[in-house]
Design a protein around this ligand. Structure first.
Ligand SMILES: [Fe+2]
Ligand SMILES: [Fe+2]
Length: 329
């Protein structure tokens, strides 16, 4: 659900690469060709993609936890069925993305280990707790809404398997965004307490959602290279602005107030101006100091350990089938 690069610095690759290969690669990218797994690519391009795609995959998987927390407490059967489908979609997104990253020569095992050891990052947004049912509405509306802003341009990212995974993912994210907004609409059309719950959820999720786009452009050293390689098509600040511009009228339409006193429409720019983001909070969450960061990792590690027997059984079954096939030949 989330893709912004949090790693801070780009490793300049020291390996000398054939200038003719580099030039041919760059020409293809500039021409908007897709780069495919067996094509030659610069090592730094491969590394940037592995980091970004695996971070994205981890975010989908960890992102199942805050909402999974509400499946058994959904207010009615319809809401439960929708939420269950949505959380399953996120699991599917994680799996497509792990597969896309594997085509770059990294294994699922390596990626999972990097997540569990804390070496790999996932979106900061999932380290905030879901306190009320309205949070499920706010997450669909804002978090999946922010994810769509990030991901729509990635359908044209330069690496073919990543771009193709994003086409299907984006279709599902649109459904996620609408189901979240519909929960907010229902709450806002309900009792005073329900409306208060919706406003409280917006108050708590608004700023963390803006942080999902990653650090500001002047503090995002990877952006220029990623744009040149067409891994990213728009900068963090451009995407954040688009999100604000689209989302503020949606809040107004259902009578909610965006918790930002500095927010105002700027006619000259044709965009909303908005207040300063608390970047100290963002970097603290990136460092692993989020409110429920430990809980999230404990849950993931537990799920991985509990599922070991399934992976082992599937592998044993595959080996038996292979052996039977060989014996029949
Ligand atoms: Fe997703
Ligand atoms: Fe989603």
């Amino acid at each position: 659900m989330y893709t912004t690069d949090l790693s801070g610095k780009q490793q300049a690759d020291k390996i000398a690469e054939d200038p003719a290969l580099v030039a041919a690669f760059e020409a293809r990218v500039a021409n908007d060709d897709f780069i495919e797994p067996k094509d030659w690519m610069p090592e730094a391009y491969r590394k940037t993609l592995v980091r970004q795609i695996s971070q994205h995959a981890h975010s989908e998987i960890v992102g199942m936890l805050p909402e999974g927390n509400w499946i058994t407490r959904a207010p009615n059967l319809r809401r439960k069925a929708i939420l269950l489908a949505k959380v399953q979609d996120e699991g599917g997104h994680g799996l497509y993305l792990y597969c896309a990253a594997e085509t770059l020569g990294t294994s699922r095992q390596q990626m999972i280990e990097a997540l569990h050891s804390g070496k790999a990052k996932y979106s900061t947004i999932f380290n905030y707790p879901t306190l009320t049912w309205a949070d499920i509405g706010a997450i669909g509306w804002l978090v999946d809404g922010a994810a769509i802003m990030n991901q729509v341009p990635l359908q044209r990212t330069s690496y073919g398997p990543y771009a193709r995974a994003m086409v299907r993912i984006c279709k599902e994210e649109s459904f996620h965004q609408r189901q979240g907004y519909e929960i907010m609409m229902a709450l806002c059309a309900g009792t005073k307490d329900q409306k208060r719950m919706a406003q409280d959820a917006l108050d708590r999720w608004w700023w963390p959602s803006l942080m999902m786009f990653g650090p500001p452009d002047d503090n995002s050293p990877n952006t220029a290279q990623s744009i040149r390689w067409r891994i990213k098509r728009e900068t963090n600040d451009e995407l954040r602005q688009k999100f604000v511009d689209v989302t503020v009228p949606q809040a107004e339409a259902i009578g909610l107030k965006v918790p930002d006193p500095a927010l105002s429409w700027n006619d000259a720019r044709g965009h909303y101006d908005f207040g300063d983001i608390d970047w100290d909070e963002f970097y603290a969450v990136v460092r692993g100091e989020g409110l429920v960061a430990k809980e999230r990792m404990t849950a993931r590690i537990q799920a991985w350990e509990d599922g070991a027997w399934v992976r082992e059984a599937a592998q044993a079954h595959a080996m038996k089938r292979e052996a039977a096939k060989l014996a029949a030949e």
